[in-house]
Design a protein around this ligand. Structure first.
Ligand code: UDP
Ligand code: MG
Length: 311
């Protein structure tokens, strides 16, 4: 019997990419001796994505669509797909819907899985087709992540990977609300293998990760895997208090021996503003973690499915 492999593709306003992606996928997978299911997860798209998906699902019987009730974000859409597919897939491949993740890599992912790896992930090489900003910001982010977190992250990893069924089962049981899947998959361990690839430019449409979304995603990643920013807050506080005491002593000494020193407005204001700012930053850091607790404590599901032809 052929092994079952599911390909999960979160799609948000990707109507103009679907045909091309499916054609490219079909070209690669029909030659392979596996039984494939292609699962598109529509993440509350506002364009023709859903009607497009229904159309192709009616034409090709290994294509399925899952319609979420609204936009839940890329990570949650991906989890929806994995949750559905895990019970009847020996392995699950996840990839983006914009052809940035080349389907031509799929045979290699599968080959490594057959060699016994449980997670085969991909590393995007720095590439001219991606913006300078995307290349650099991604590098900086992973550098920061590695400084702050106990789990090590490799620059250039995205959600283009194959996971074995047992990893999918474990991942599915995670009840974290703010998902940072590449971190979680790294965290679970097992036998992992990395493949390098050159990303393509987005085929059509625009990136859904705006700058603010990217920063939020980065903060989510850091706070999901580390409490080190809290220590940073404490050390900063301790360091500054020590400095303030020292400063005070110097000042007392100075006025005892040299008489009254004229104190300027500017320095006072600067100090107030500086420490005010620091207070806000530290409060913000603490607040972020409390916010996470608050969100998690409600125990809401990560996504809701409105409609699907998956079976
Ligand atoms: N995506 C999604 N929900 C969202 C945003 C994005 O399902 O709210 C999907 C999108 O359709 C694509 C993948 O996630 O398949 C990656 O998004 P995008 O290509 O915009 O990100 P980038 O490649 O620029 O990081
Ligand atoms: Mg993309």
């Amino acid at each position: 019997m052929k092994k079952n492999i599911s390909i999960v593709i979160p799609s948000y306003n990707e109507a103009s990419n679907i045909d091309k992606l499916l054609a490219s996928l079909n070209e690669t997978i029909t030659a392979l001796p596996y039984s494939f299911k292609i699962i598109f997860v529509d993440d509350g798209s506002k364009d023709e994505t859903v009607s497009k998906l229904k159309e192709i699902a009616s034409q090709q019987d290994n294509v399925y669509y899952v319609e979420l009730s609204r936009n839940f974000g890329h990570q949650n859409a991906l989890k929806a797909g994995i949750d559905l597919a895990k019970s009847n897939s020996d392995a699950i491949i996840s990839m983006d819907g914009d052809l940035q993740h080349p389907p031509q890599l799929i045979p290699e992912l599968i080959a490594k899985w057959e060699e016994g790896y449980d997670v085969v992930y991909t590393i995007r090489e720095e590439d001219a087709s991606l913006s300078y900003f995307k290349n650099k910001s991604s590098k900086m982010f992973y550098g920061l992540m590695n400084q702050l977190s106990e789990v090590k992250f490799e620059p250039g990893t995205a959600d283009f990977r194959l996971i074995d069924q047992k990893v999918a089962e474990i991942f599915s049981d995670f009840t974290e609300n703010e998902l940072f899947i590449r971190g979680l998959i790294n965290w679970v361990g097992f036998n992992q293998y990395a493949i390098n690839y050159k990303p393509h430019a987005r085929f059509s449409g625009e990136s859904k990760y705006t700058l603010t979304k990217m920063i939020r995603f980065a903060i989510q990643g850091i706070t999901s895997f580390s409490t080190r920013p809290l220590y940073l807050a404490i050390f900063l506080g301790m360091g500054l208090s020590a400095f303030a005491i020292l400063f005070f002593l110097v000042y007392v000494f100075y006025s005892l021996y040299f008489g009254h020193v004229i104190s300027g407005w500017a320095s006072v204001i600067t100090t107030i503003v500086f420490f005010g700012g620091l207070n806000l930053i530290v409060l913000g850091i603490i607040g972020m973690y409390i916010g996470k607790l608050f969100m998690q404590s409600k125990g809401r599901p990560n996504y809701l499915i409105k409609n699907s032809n998956y079976k």
